[in-house]
Design a protein around this ligand. Structure first.
Ligand SMILES: C[S@@+](CC[C@H](N)C(=O)[O-])C[C@H]1O[C@@H](n2cnc3c(N)ncnc32)[C@H](O)[C@@H]1O
Length: 231
């Protein structure tokens, strides 16, 4: 049987020929604008702040972060293709080809952001502990994850098959026009509990509701969640 979990946590998934993130991850793509529109009001002024974008994809956040005045931006992503693409469009940003697990730079950040990446993280306790170590005191972590109920069902343009996981949650295979993706979706509570255990206090939580025809079946329920966590 195809092991969806193993494929979801493969750091090279986004370099496979079937999945080209340069289309969906583009700054002007509908869902990237959706995420930035929800995130921006929480970020305020980033003047003087050092910002880490975990799983930066092709750099959809970089222009917004520059516009908000971030003094330093570091992006990390294990995909060679995504890193090369973002380095080309943003030569002024440091983008390293590393997963969160591999990232060992000895500096701390005021802000860390992670959009739709924990779906590829094998152990969220280890990852959230690492994020906590990377933040300055009072540093903030903005985490966006997909809603489990939403992402384990097929919707127009996304055919989903889900495998339940022994530890809870699901690993999914999603066939979409721009490629097949493998992800892990967990109950939101798991993220909140693990974050708190690792010294990250929940200061805000927002359900991201989609008005797109594609998500009609969600009936106004959130398709993703933004957690604002503070060290
Ligand atoms: C769904 S894309 C989101 C990219 C970007 N955050 C955005 O909103 O466009 C997921 C990204 O996470 C990266 N990724 C996968 N495993 C990772 C890991 N362990 N640590 C950091 N990034 C990872 C992938 O290479 C991919 O670029």
């Amino acid at each position: 049987m195809e092991d969806y979990r193993a494929k979801a946590v493969n750091p090279q998934q986004y370099d496979s020929p079937e999945l080209d993130w340069r289309i969906d991850g583009d700054e002007d793509a509908y869902w990237r604008i959706f995420f930035r529109n929800h995130l921006k009001p929480y970020l305020n002024n980033l003047a003087g702040k050092r910002v880490l974008d975990i799983g930066s994809g092709v750099g959809q956040l970089f222009n917004m972060l520059k516009g908000l005045g971030a003094s330093e931006i570091v992006g990390i992503d294990p995909s060679k293709r995504n890193v090369e693409s973002s380095q080309k469009t943003h030569p002024d940003v440091v983008v390293l080809q590393k997963s969160l697990q591999q990232f060992d730079m000895d500096i701390k950040f005021d802000v860390a952001i992670c959009i739709m990446v924990f779906e590829h993280i094998p152990d969220i306790d280890v990852a959230l502990s690492r994020v906590s170590q990377l933040l300055n005191e009072k540093g903030r972590f903005y985490l966006i994850v997909g809603d489990m109920e939403c992402f384990i069902q097929s919707i127009p343009g996304a055919e989903v098959d889900a495998q339940p996981l022994p530890e809870g949650g699901y690993a999914t295979k999603t066939i979409r026009p721009n490629g097949t993706m493998f992800d892990i979706f967990r109950p939101l509570e798991n993220y909140i509990t693990s974050a708190q255990f690792n010294g990250l206090k929940l200061v805000d939580e927002k359900g991201l509701v989609s008005t797109s025809e594609q998500h009609k079946s969600m009936d106004g329920k959130p398709i993703c969640h933004l957690l604002v966590l503070e060290k």
